[in-house]
Write a protein that binds this ligand. Structure first.
Ligand code: G5P
Ligand code: MG
Length: 225
């Protein structure tokens, strides 16, 4: 398979580590990372029309309506031109999954299974760098200087939807809407499940699996974290 044809999705509950594992994937393989949540947060910050509309749902822990999301993400995919890509946070409903499949068939769907008790604890310590989507955790990958991004030195923020009551709503939405999505991909034969309580436990298994699909981008510097 030519590298430029590679198309992947990463699924998992809120705070299961999609962003964390995705950043390790893009450091090892030359893929474009399209994170629906990061892109929506940037649009909210920039006050765009989609940002203003999405904010109403995100702050309550609800999903942004399918018609808006599908148009938004397909447009982002088209911007990558011929570059292989990894979609993070999309699709989240069966309708999104079917629509995407009609336009773009996937090579692999990575599903992260992390116990819910672990997730609830993690969210409390999360800080993000909004412009880049870089994600930190005071208990796991703390920034070198508290409250500052390692690369730019800019301020880190906590997400509005990481308040405990909003996280519970996000987990509820996830449980009710996502199993039809994983079933859909299982039937298509592209679903790969990865279980673990930490990203460090899950990462080597993801790396192994992806290496069988695509050659390592950084050959002299294998297994970058
Ligand atoms: P998002 O932004 O896609 P979620 O809820 O799917 O939000 P989230 O919260 O971004 O997912 P994640 O990316 O799975 O989580 O996890 P992460 O950020 O990498 O890790 C979580 C924290 O744990 C971090 O602080 C990280 O450092 C830490 N961590 C990672 N691994 C470990 C570990 O091993 N140990 C420890 N101790 N810590 C660790 O979507 C947001 C909203 O946008 C809308 C929805 O409203 C959604 O709620 N939206 C959509 N709506 C409709 N359709 C779509 N397709 C949508 N996409 C987004
Ligand atoms: Mg994320």
């Amino acid at each position: 398979m030519a590298l430029k044809m590679f198309k992947a999705v990463i699924l998992g509950a809120p705070a299961s580590g999609k962003g964390t594992i995705s950043s390790r994937i893009v450091k090892n393989f030359n893929l474009a990372h399209i994170s629906s949540g990061d892109l929506l947060r940037l649009n909210i910050k920039n006050g765009t029309a989609i940002g203003l509309e999405a904010q109403k749902y995100i702050k309550q822990g609800k999903l942004v309506p399918d018609n808006l999301m599908i148009k938004f993400i397909i447009n982002e995919i088209n911007k990558t031109k011929d570059k292989p890509w990894l979609l993070d946070g999309f699709p989240r409903t069966l309708s999104q999954a079917k629509d995407l499949w009609d336009k773009q068939q996937l090579d692999i769907v990575i599903n992260l299974n992390v116990p819910f008790d672990v997730i609830v604890e993690r969210v409390k310590g999360r800080w993000i760098h909004l412009p880049s989507g870089r994600v930190y955790n005071i208990d796991f990958n703390a920034p070198k200087i508290p409250g500052k991004d390692d690369v730019t030195g800019e301020d880190l923020i906590q997400r509005e939807d990481d308040k405990p009551e909003v996280v519970l709503e996000r987990l509820k939405q996830y449980e009710s809407l996502t199993s039809p999505v994983t079933d859909f991909y299982k039937k298509k034969g592209v679903l790969k499940e990865f279980e673990g309580r930490t990203s460090d436990e899950i990462w080597p298994k993801v790396l192994d699996s992806l290496t069988s699909y695509i050659p390592l981008h950084i050959t002299s510097q294998k297994h970058v974290l």
